[in-house]
Design a protein around this ligand. Structure first.
Ligand code: 5GP
Length: 210
């Protein structure tokens, strides 16, 4: 499942809240060349790589997708996605829109959700509150937001992050509904066949009786 939003849109907080609330959700830790913000931990929030190490991993085909954003590079590691899939959990990717497009083109079985800030003012306030962002970065992130919001209609779902608890509940509802699609129910084809056979047998024995 892909969560995308303009920077400051709250998708990281939503992804973290989801992970805490549900043990069937695993969060893919991305790699980046940007510097850690205060409180961010290597291997938890991101794998913080040097540009050379990031390039080495691109060359070694270790990324499922990667993109440039605000002068840094960000990428989804194949190893992260495989680690979570192996544990039988839903994989949540918190990525920007170019990466989201690349993954949608590559994987048919992906669900994409665009998290919308409730207003331009709220997004600006949230970005300003990130004391680590410098003025120029704030401006460029807002400019990025203009382009990112234009991509929202291409996503499967749009959730507005006004009240965080409600946004988390809405995303959880989407996960639950999507889990019930026939293609995501392992063994369903067999169950349906068995049910059809059993029903056909019953119908036949009724016909014999009448
Ligand atoms: P931030 O620097 O605020 O943590 O992230 C900047 C942007 O990069 C956000 O929109 C975030 O979702 C995105 N991002 C984080 N990880 C990845 C990734 O692995 N791939 C892509 N394409 N974008 C990412």
């Amino acid at each position: 499942m892909i969560l995308s939003a303009p920077s400051g849109g709250g998708k990281t907080t939503i992804a973290q809240a989801l992970r805490t609330a549900r043990d069937d959700v695993g969060y893919s830790v991305s790699a980046t060349t940007r510097q850690p913000r205060e409180g961010e931990e290597d291997g938890v929030d991101y794998f913080f790589l040097t540009p050379e190490e990031f390039q080495r991993r691109i060359d070694a085909n270790e990324f499922m997708e990667w993109a440039r954003y605000g002068g840094s590079r960000y990428g989804t590691l194949v190893s992260e996605v495989e680690r979570i899939l192996k544990s039988g959990k839903h994989v949540v990717l918190d990525i920007e829109v170019q990466g989201a497009r690349a993954i949608r083109e590559r994987l048919a079985n992906v669900v994409s959700i665009f998290i919308l800030p409730p207003s331009a003012r709220v997004l600006r306030e949230r970005l300003t509150d990130r004391s680590t962002e410098h003025g120029d970065t704030l401006g460029s992130r807002l400019q990025h937001a203009v382009d990112e919001v234009a991509e929202a209609p291409d996503f499967d779902y749009i959730v507005t992050n006004d009240d965080r608890a409600q946004a988390v509940a809405e995303v959880a509802g989407i996960i639950d509904a999507e889990s019930q699609r026939p293609m995501r129910l392992p063994g369903m084809a067999k169950t349906l066949n068995e049910l059809r056979d059993a029903l056909a047998e019953q119908a036949q024995s009724m016909r014999h009786r009448s």
